[in-house]
Design a protein around this ligand. Structure first.
Ligand SMILES: [Zn+2]
Length: 601
């Protein structure tokens, strides 16, 4: 755990804008000194999620999720503490100091940093080569013909790899990289004679980055019609894993959060055309098949994923596999049908926001249908419906798909649609669906918990019980102690354990007594309950004004409640002394706030 010096962690927290980070996951609007929005951790219609930029905290009054910016990144992006700190440090330009580290871990980290740096330099070189070299003239021409403007090409760092065999090899060597490092980064490969040469040659290059903007590799497209390999990617290696890549995610993330949906297309140029046309929530998978890993990654940012992919049979099978993951993640997968034979890049060709083509694309997205419904309809379209045997086969095919859907009106309507198409009794269709459900198989798997392998980033549903009057008072007083530390210390000392209702709030009181000035710094992250409560208190402190009168009033009410508990516990045998104290407290409370300043007896 002690990988970073504590000081570095504090500097990351200071430098990171929590509003900016949270805004990538939910839309925030300003409300006084705070920002509010819909909670990204639970389903809600009215905002109970609050971000306090001054304190650097977020808190959800609905589900109790809360913490600082590091905690947010850990929870929302499923990163470890160390990775979250690193991601934020990188993003907000903080140099991290590390405490002594295992030399092997240190070595691996250095190596990785060098490979990333090498890829970055190469991306810059390719990009410059696209714009400046004579050789890339036809590439510039091609991109222009596809309607892609310089602005979007530069934003995505699109480049051109020279046709020579050793441009990158020689440049990287001169910059001090070993051939082994270049090969590990996927930039050079070994020839039959044992020598190395550039992996990408005479190709338009598309830098591929992860959600944090770190280079992973390149995609390269040839312009030569004779070349059988239209696209070449970086080889699978320690940085590049095809099945995980979402091309464009580093640029699409904010728009995905803002618009509450992600659009998935097939290729690099589809992404560029879509962004240029104003659909900045667009990413690409590599090829036609979306993988469960990609769905899992997207589920961190949105619950609505629209697939604008080729829906041939193989593509659909992949979609259905992804659906299994999606239902486990509460992600809704929908399919948008592109006009026949057109991919988004063709359709959008050169379109800017508001253009007719952009509107057609937008309409196709709006009409996207849920994946199971789409699948059922396509199966019916492809089925041989003129014979009874053919209709029976079609029913066999659609029944498991319907069985995989949760019982709903949508499913009922589909059942009726199927019955109608097959010229069959809806009861028969329902019976087949029920049989498929019982039979398990595809149906059973798809219905929910098919996401095996566990999902550490999945937060268990939080049910937060409404607070009792007692708890509300305790929290209000502790929050006021934070808000007005000059009086707070005194009240914290007077808050004896028996005035408080539980172990957690007592621990919070003990902690505050020692850390009133900075209630959250140095708190162990393993103690989730305490962290959540203190965050809540710190947020309440920002929200509610504290006055000595209100503090005294709340304190006396806690005293009174404790006294009444004690009297009750003694069941009628309470000493007169307790009864007298009780009367006195009630009178003091009744006299109202002005009287509270009188020194307490
Ligand atoms: Zn919440």
């Amino acid at each position: 755990m002690a990988r970073f010096a504590q000081d570095s962690i504090e500097r990351v927290k200071d430098a990171a804008s929590i509003v900016e980070v949270v805004s990538e996951h939910t839309e925030l609007r300003r409300s006084g000194a705070r920002y509010v929005g819909l909670c990204p951790f639970h389903d809600e219609r009215t905002p109970s999620f609050s971000v306090d930029p001054a304190a650097g905290l977020y808190y959800c009054f609905g589900c109790g999720a809360g913490g600082d910016v590091i905690k947010f990144v850990e929870e929302r992006e499923g990163l470890s503490f160390a990775d979250a700190v690193e991601a934020l440090a990188e993003r907000f330009g903080v140099e991290l100091e590390r405490e002594q580290e295992d030399p092997r871990v240190e070595g691996a980290r250095r190596r990785r940093a060098r490979l990333l740096e090498l890829l970055d330099r190469t991306a810059q070189f390719y990009a410059a080569y696209l714009w400046d070299s004579r050789e890339a003239r036809h590439a510039r021409e091609y991109l222009r013909e596809r309607g892609l403007g310089e602005e979007v090409l530069r934003a995505f760092g699109v480049g051109y790899a020279p046709s020579a065999w050793d441009t990158v090899l020689v440049r990287a060597q001169r910059a001090g990289y070993s051939v082994e490092e270049m090969a590990a980064a996927g930039l050079v490969k070994r020839g039959r004679q044992g020598g190395y040469y550039d992996h990408f040659r005479a190709r338009i290059t598309f830098p591929i980055r992860d959600a944090r903007g770190r280079m992973q590799g390149f995609g390269g497209r040839t312009l030569s019609p004779d070349n059988p390999a239209k696209y070449v990617n970086s080889p699978e290696n320690e940085l590049f894993h095809k099945g995980r890549i979402l091309y464009g995610i580093e640029r699409a993330r904010p728009a995905i959060a803002k618009r509450g949906r992600a659009i998935v297309v097939e290729g690099y140029t589809d992404v560029l055309a879509a962004h240029q046309a104003g659909f900045e929530e667009t990413v690409a998978v590599m090829g036609t098949a979306i993988t469960p890993e990609q769905v899992r990654e997207l589920s961190r940012y949105t619950e609505d994923v629209i697939l604008a992919l080729d829906a041939d049979r193989a593509g659909r099978d992949a979609m259905l596999r992804a659906q299994h993951v999606a239902s486990g993640k509460r992600v809704r997968l929908r399919v948008a049908r592109m006009p026949a034979g057109e991919d988004p890049a063709d359709l959008l060709a050169g379109a800017r926001p508001g253009a007719v083509a952009a509107e057609r694309f937008g309409a196709a997205l709006d009409e996207a249908v849920d994946l199971p419904a789409f699948h059922v309809r396509t199966l019916l379209e492809e089925a041989e419906l003129s014979t009874a045997a053919g209709r029976d086969r079609a029913l066999d095919e659609v029944a498991p798909v319907l069985a995989a859907m949760p019982e709903s009106i949508v499913r009922e309507e589909l059942v009726r649609e199927v019955a109608d198409k097959l010229d069959a009794d809806p009861v028969l269709v329902s019976r087949r669906v029920a049989a498929a459900e019982r039979g398990g198989g595809a149906g059973r798997q798809a219905s929910g918990s098919a996401d095996t392998g566990g999902s550490p980033e999945e937060r268990p549903a939080r049910a937060s019980a409404p607070l009792s009057e007692q708890e509300r008072r305790e929290q209000a007083l502790l929050a006021m102690c934070i808000a007005a530390p000059a009086f707070g210390r005194d009240y914290l000392e007077r808050l004896r354990p028996e005035l408080l209702s539980g172990d957690l709030v007592r621990r919070a009181r003990d902690w505050l007594l020692e850390h009133l000035e900075e209630p959250l710094s140095g708190l162990s992250r393993d103690d989730e309950e305490l962290l959540s409560l203190l965050t809540r208190l710190a947020m309440l402190a920002e929200r509610e004004p504290a006055s000595p009168e209100a503090m005294e009033d709340t304190y006396l009410r806690l005293e009174l409640a404790a006294l009444e508990r004690e009297i009750e516990a003694r069941a009628g045998e309470a000493p007169v002394e307790l009864q007298r104290k009780r009367t006195e407290l009630i009178e003091r409370l009744a006299r109202g706030p002005a009287a509270h300043r009188a020194p307490s007896g």
